[in-house]
Design a protein around this ligand. Structure first.
Ligand code: PHE
Length: 339
């Protein structure tokens, strides 16, 4: 019996020492010390021993049990420490590593310009008016006094869904919607997307953006138009910028003009941005044609108004010196992130 006990002590010592996981250790505890374990099994035979032998065997078996218990608890402690160290090592944070770049995104340059334009006009007392991109030919052309044979009506200029429905070629159609639904005084801007049958190149896109303004009230004159646009230009391009009104023609305004501003890049001397002329054309404008007012049920004897419209893509390109309009719509992040 003593030999069996010492044999168990030896194998248990060996197995416990070479065990490499807590699970393995627990299995060994059950194997040697458990209720059905090897040690318990031997002790069951104690009853058959003589009175003299019993204390001796009791001593040996107690020693073996406590030896195995101490071994188990020592190795357990070591394995637990190792596990903790490994865990700490794997979770270590190197605070000296460079931070990973967080890309928070950026507002599209076109939207930045839209925001800025809207802020300026809201500050001047304008309200925002919106209309649909799919428009009636009546709102896009007829009510705007556009002659039946005007080239802009042709199917090579405007996108049609039906003879009387098109994609709006300008936001001027919102003028008509506003005047038909609202009585003067009217003071609105209409920002939005427009569509024309243009070949895509560096300066043309079949989809582009406009911002149009409309003011209708009693005694509105060309001087009011010039004053309003002059103020807008100074706020947007800078207080040193001058404006020049050149006579032009639009069917829906009379008189009509195009507005040039002194080049904000070279100050009027001539450079690449202004094509060497010192001036940059930025918008079209004029006094609302009496026919247009009457068509919308506004008494043209009592009321007058002015309107203006600008290409927001063009203004964005000028402001950020973007050479190709396609850059605005291709959403190449390398381009967008620059601004
Ligand atoms: N609708 C004109 C265009 O698309 C711009 C404009 C608006 C001109 C209002 C005069 C008055 O070119």
């Amino acid at each position: 019996m003593k030999e069996r006990l010492l044999k168990i002590r030896e194998t248990a010592t060996e197995m416990i020492e070479s065990s490499s996981s807590l699970k393995e250790l627990e299995d060994l505890r059950i194997k040697f010390l458990g209720k059905k374990g090897e040690l318990t099994d031997i002790l069951k035979g104690m009853g058959k021993l003589s009175k003299e032998e019993r204390p001796e065997m009791g001593k040996v078996s107690n020693e073996v049990r406590s030896h195995i218990e101490t071994m188990l608890s020592n190795i357990k402690e070591t394995l637990e420490k190792e596990a903790l160290n490994a865990k700490l090592k794997s979770e270590v944070i190197d605070v000296t590593l460079p931070a990973s770049k967080v890309n928070v995104g950026n507002k599209h340059p076109l939207m930045k310009v839209f925001d800025e334009l809207q802020d300026i006009f809201l500050g001047m007392g304008y309200k925002i008016a919106e209309g649909p991109e799919v428009e009636t030919v009546y709102n896009a052309f007829d009510a705007l006094n556009s002659p039946d044979d005007h080239p802009s009506r042709s199917t090579s200029d405007t996108f049609y869904f039906a003879p009387d429905i098109c994609l709006r070629p300008h936001t001027s159609s919102v003028q008509i919607r506003t005047m038909q639904n609202q009585k003067p005084p009217i003071k609105v801007i209409s920002p939005g997307r427009c569509f024309r049958f243009d070949e895509l190149d560096a300066t043309h896109s079949p989809m582009f953006h406009q911002l149009e303004g409309l003011v209708v009230d009693e005694n509105v004159t060309m001087a009011d138009l010039k004053g309003a646009l002059d103020l807008f230009v100074k706020r947007f391009f800078g207080s040193n910028i001058k404006t020049k009104f050149r006579p032009h023609h639009f069917p829906f305004t009379e008189p009509s003009a195009e507005v040039d501003v002194t080049c904000f890049k070279c100050g009027g001397v001539g450079c690449k941005v202004c094509g060497g002329t010192g001036w940059i054309e930025i918008l079209g404008c004029g006094m609302v044609h009496p026919e247009v007012l009457e068509e919308c049920g506004i008494d043209s004897e009592k009321y007058s108004g002015f309107a203006f419209g600008m290409g927001v893509d063009r203004i964005t390109m000028l402001k950020y010196e973007i050479e190709d309009i396609r850059y605005l719509f291709e959403n190449d992040m390398r381009m967008i992130d620059q601004f």
